[in-house]
Each structure stands twice: as structure tokens, then as C-alpha cells.
Design a protein around this ligand. Structure first.
Ligand SMILES: C[S@@+](CC[C@H](N)C(=O)[O-])C[C@H]1O[C@@H](n2cnc3c(N)ncnc32)[C@H](O)[C@@H]1O
Length: 277
């Protein structure tokens, strides 16, 4: 086999492995991306080629390697209060609605990356409680999950440098919800942290142990998946939502052609999806 077709065969093997274990679909010509992301691990584990990476990652005893390879291939781009409108809709429409109902409010941030999304949700709840003292008190909680162990560690540390803090966070929110650390970063205050629980979870696996939710945020992750995986995930979201539960997707994502279990609610600006009754 020529070097070129060997490289293509190895790349195809790797793509299949990655899609099977994470749902992430790589494009035809992402060899360079794969090489650059895996180079440190290939050095560390002394794996000379992509097919060796796949071969070793598939071994049941190599769970740690498999998790690290998948972790290295995730795209973790995120920011505070991303797109603004989901958090405005939460503050202006959904929190008033759920606080009137009086039931505990459960939110799931599915694929939370380094924590900006669930912590933005927690800050929105605290701001609402400041505006309406006594509302939702002790009754709101956020479950934040991701596939990536390194992202979950960062979430739990809750410490952010200036670069991360500069993306979507107002000075007022920095003052209110963060404390400065000795090295010039900032760490989230305990009253924000207390609202969020972090847990490892792969969206391709079962959701039954996670419980039921009123609101799911799953933003900017389904874009990486094939249509069949997206449909399955959306079906599982519908099953994990309470009646009339709400789903937010990323601004460039849609459920069109994937599921008919949700109504699209158009707001100005933005949309969300509501589970059909
Ligand atoms: C681009 S970030 C989106 C973060 C955040 N939701 C936002 O919109 O800013 C995508 C995240 O999806 C996670 N991810 C990728 N595949 C996943 C899977 N199969 N299960 C759970 N999380 C996954 C990645 O680890 C990454 O942190």
C-alpha cells in the first residue's frame, strides 16, 4: 500500500473510532488537526501512528488512554452568557414562570466545557433572586455534564484567567460573583458554585440516572454529530424533560428533520424548544 493510502486508511479508522465513542464526526481533511491534537499523547504513550492509537485505545484495559484521546479531540470553545438571549429569556420569562409554580427547578447544562455556561445560569438565578427576594430559594439546581475529564476539572476549580474572564463577563458580574486570586486570576464565589453539580457524562450513553429536568441547555455540541446521533440525543432529551420542559440549542443549531417531540417557541430575539404535551 502506498504511504498516501496507508495514511488515508489510518485516518478513516480513527474517524470511525472517534465517532463511535464520542459522536464527533471529523471532516475529510482534518488529518492536520488530528495530528496536532494527538501529538503530545502519541509521544507520551509511545504510539508511532494513528492505527496504533486506535488499536491501543480499543483495548478494555486502556480506558485511560481512550478517555485522553477523546478528550484531546473535543472542541471546548465557550464564553460567559453566550449569545445573551437564552439567559435573558431565562431571567425574564422562565424563572418567573417556574417560581410561580413553586416546584424545585432543575436545569441541565449538557456539554458544559470549562463551566462558563452552568455558572452563567447560576448567576442568572442569583440575579433573579436579588430582584425577587424569596423566589426559588433553595429550590434551584444545575447539573453540568461533559465528556471531557480535563474540562470537568477546570469547572470544579472554578478559576479563570483574564483571557477567559474578558469573554462575556461584565465588570459588575466580576465584582459580584468572583474573588481575586494571588496570581491575578479570579475564582467563582461559593454561593454561585453551590448551585452547580458537575458530573462526567457522554451524550451517547443513557440519561436515566441523571433524573428529570425542567430546562436543558445543550448548546454548540450537536453541530459536531451525525444526524442519527442528533436524533437519538434529542429523543433522550425529550424523555429527560418534565412535561412542557424547555430545550435550548446553540444559535446555529436546529431540530428540523430530527425530531417532532418539541414545539419551536419563537422569541424576540432567539428561539427555544418546548416538549410537546
Ligand atoms: C464547543 S463546547 C460547548 C460548550 C457550551 N455548551 C457552550 O455552548 O459554550 C462543546 C463541548 O461538548 C463536549 N462534548 C463533545 N462530545 C460530547 C459527548 N459525546 N458527550 C458529552 N459532551 C461532549 C466537549 O467536551 C466540549 O466541552
Amino acid at each position: 500500500m502506498s504511504n498516501k493510502s496507508l495514511a488515508e486508511t489510518e485516518y478513516t479508522q480513527f474517524r470511525l473510532f472517534l465517532e463511535q465513542h464520542s459522536g464527533i464526526v471529523l471532516g475529510d481533511s482534518k488529518q492536520y488537526l488530528v495530528r496536532s491534537r494527538l501529538a503530545p499523547l502519541m509521544g507520551l504513550y509511545n504510539l508511532p501512528s494513528l492505527s496504533e492509537v486506535v488499536k491501543h485505545s480499543m483495548k478494555p484495559a486502556e480506558r485511560q488512554l481512550r478517555a485522553s484521546v477523546i478528550d484531546a479531540m473535543t472542541t471546548n470553545e465557550t464564553l460567559w452568557f453566550r449569545d445573551k438571549y437564552p439567559f435573558d429569556l431565562l431571567f425574564n420569562d422562565l424563572l418567573p414562570h417556574y417560581s410561580k409554580l413553586g416546584n424545585p427547578l432543575k436545569i441541565w447544562s449538557a456539554a458544559c466545557s470549562s463551566g462558563q455556561e452552568p455558572y452563567s445560569l447560576a448567576m442568572t438565578i442569583l440575579e433573579y433572586q436579588q430582584k425577587k427576594p424569596g423566589s426559588l430559594s433553595g429550590k434551584a439546581s444545575i447539573l453540568a455534564t461533559d465528556l471531557s475529564p480535563s474540562m470537568l476539572e477546570r469547572c470544579k476549580a472554578a478559576e479563570y484567567d483574564n483571557l477567559a474572564l474578558g469573554r462575556g463577563l461584565s465588570d459588575e458580574r466580576k465584582r459580584q460573583f468572583f474573588a481575586a486570586t494571588a496570581d491575578g486570576s479570579m475564582v467563582i464565589n461559593d454561593n454561585v458554585k453551590r448551585l452547580v453539580n458537575f458530573r462526567a457524562h457522554n451524550l451517547l450513553e443513557s440519561y436515566t440516572l441523571l433524573g428529570k429536568f425542567d430546562i436543558i441547555f445543550c448548546r454548540n455540541v450537536l453541530i459536531y454529530f451525525a444526524p442519527e446521533a442528533k436524533s437519538k440525543i434529542l429523543r433522550q432529551f425529550a424523555a429527560a424533560l418534565n412535561p412542557k420542559g424547555v430545550l435550548f440549542l446553540g444559535a446555529s443549531e436546529s431540530i428540523a428533520g430530527l425530531t417532532d417531540e418539541f414545539d419551536m417557541i419563537r422569541c424576540n430575539p432567539g428561539i427555544y424548544y418546548q416538549k410537546k404535551t
